[in-house]
Structures are given as C-alpha cells and as structure tokens.
Design a protein around this ligand. Structure first.
Ligand SMILES: [Zn+2]
Length: 271
C-alpha cells in the first residue's frame, strides 16, 4: 500500500498542486517538495454507487453516547466512534466526562463501529515512529482487553500527522482519517479520508449541511465528525438540537448512513 511513497516519479511535485498546508508536518523541519510528494501518496478506491454519509465521534465524550446514540438508534443508524483508550473514564478539561467501559460494550452490542484514535490522543506529527507504534500498540491492547473487534480505521488526533506517521499507519490500518473537510466523489483515499467537523465555534453544522446538499453524484461519500453533544457544547461539539436537525437533513436527503467500516466493505465490492 505504501510502497510508492518515495517513488522517484513523485519527488518533484509542485507544491501548489496540493493543499498540504494544514496537514503536513515534518519532524526534521519545514515542508519540502519531497515530503509533500510523499504526503500525497494515496490509496484511492472506487466508491460504491449512491450517496453515503458516515457519522463519527472522536475521543469520545460520554455526552455523545447519552445524547447522540438514541437519536441514531431511532433511525436505525450506526456510527463510528474513535476511541482513545487513555481517555476512558476521565474528566476531560474541554469535553467533560468521557466514555466508560459500559459505553464501549453498549456500542459493541448494538453493532456500532469502534475505530482507533491512538491510546493517549497523541499528536502524531512531532512524535517519533517508535512512539507512534508504541501508542498504537497500547490502543490495540486496550481493544483486546475490552473484547472489541480490531479497529478498521484510524483517525489522527487533532488531524495532525507527518509523512512518516502516515506511512507507518497506512501499513497497519485499513483506512486513515483526517479533519480536512470535503465530500468524496467517485473515489476515496484510504490513506487520508476527508471529514467535515461539526464544531460549534466554526459554523456548527452549516458546512456539513451545504456539503450534504451538494451530493448529486453517482458515488458520493461525506464523513462528518464531532465530539460532545450538549446544551452548552465545547467549541468542538454541538447542541442536541443542531445534531438532530443534521440527522433530519441527512434522512431527508435519502443518503445511506453507513459507518466507516461498512463503507470499507462496500468499497471492496464496488464496480
Ligand atoms: Zn480527538
């Protein structure tokens, strides 16, 4: 999957062709054309026909379970929950109470998709390869301890990564997700999936609603993510009302709501 990362044909790609500005960090110093070319190494896959939405919760706060899960269940929808094992049972300074072991078992029982978000909510950009691998191993062990299926996808904490972390993780996880917003059309890059944040300080659901309305194509996939769901949400969460309105809009759009792992399966069969 990652064998073309430093392919000779990719070393001198003009930077202006790629928007690496938010997402590329190098441990050695400033970005350069070589690292940027490596960064754009992709694992593009054809999307299944139709319009698809995946709903994700990162970290994830307890309020996402108590507020969002019933709203999803009423519609028969499953989400992807990116768990950082080290956050379990903690009180987070931004998101408040985080998930507990009972929440994980409930999500497993109800056949939701539980993804990997590192163990310590690690910023993978400055971390050494060894540190990233060690932390990934800790989260895998955490999943085993809680009898969870092996995670099918990985979301970079803070959306931050560098070339070597991307390369390492592309070899170890079926799909990687960032925080760059956008709709996938026709194909999706499993090396760095786009995802649109539902962030109270950043327009809330407005961008996701616009993107949902823009999905007219034959093969479309919109991934959205948020954190806490509360009447007074953090900057990175939203209110129960805004979330419900978003779900209403998704339902009205007729798009299929499929967790990330389900989309990976559908992509395997796409023709
Ligand atoms: Zn996170």
């Amino acid at each position: 999957m990652a064998k073309n990362l430093h392919g000779p044909g990719q070393l001198h790609v003009p930077r202006r062709q790629y928007d690496c500005s938010r997402l590329l960090f190098t441990k050695a110093g400033p970005e350069n054309s070589r690292s940027c070319a490596a960064f754009v190494a992709t694992d593009k896959r054809l999307l299944p026909r139709g319009r698809h939405v995946s709903i994700c919760f990162d970290d994830f706060p307890k309020s996402a379970v108590t507020e969002a899960l019933p709203a999803l269940t009423r519609r028969g929808w499953k989400a992807t929950w990116y768990a950082a094992g080290g956050m379990m049972g903690t009180d987070h300074h931004i998101h408040g109470r985080m998930f507990d072991a009972g929440d994980l078992q409930r999500l497993k029982r109800e056949k939701h998709d539980i993804g990997c978000h590192t163990f310590s909510h690690m910023d993978c950009a400055p971390a050494s390869d060894e540190a990233v691998l060690r932390d990934l191993g800790r989260n895998h062990a955490f999943f085993r301890k809680h009898h969870l299926p092996r995670a099918k996808s990985f979301a970079f904490p803070y959306g931050r990564l560098d070339v070597s972390a991307k390369r390492l993780l592309m070899r170890r996880m079926p799909a990687l997700r960032g925080v760059r917003p956008g709709v996938h059309n026709d194909a999706a890059d499993l090396g760095l999936l786009k995802a649109t944040g539902i962030e109270d300080h950043n327009g809330g659901t407005a961008l996701a609603l616009d993107q949902l309305a823009s999905m007219k194509g034959d093969r479309d996939w919109l991934i959205i993510f948020t954190h806490d769901i509360a009447d007074n949400p953090s900057r990175w969460g939203c209110t129960p009302r805004a979330f419900e309105q978003l779900l209403d809009a998704i339902e009205a759009s007729g798009a299929d709501v499929v967790p990330v792992s389900g989309m990976l399966e559908r992509m395997k069969r796409a023709r």
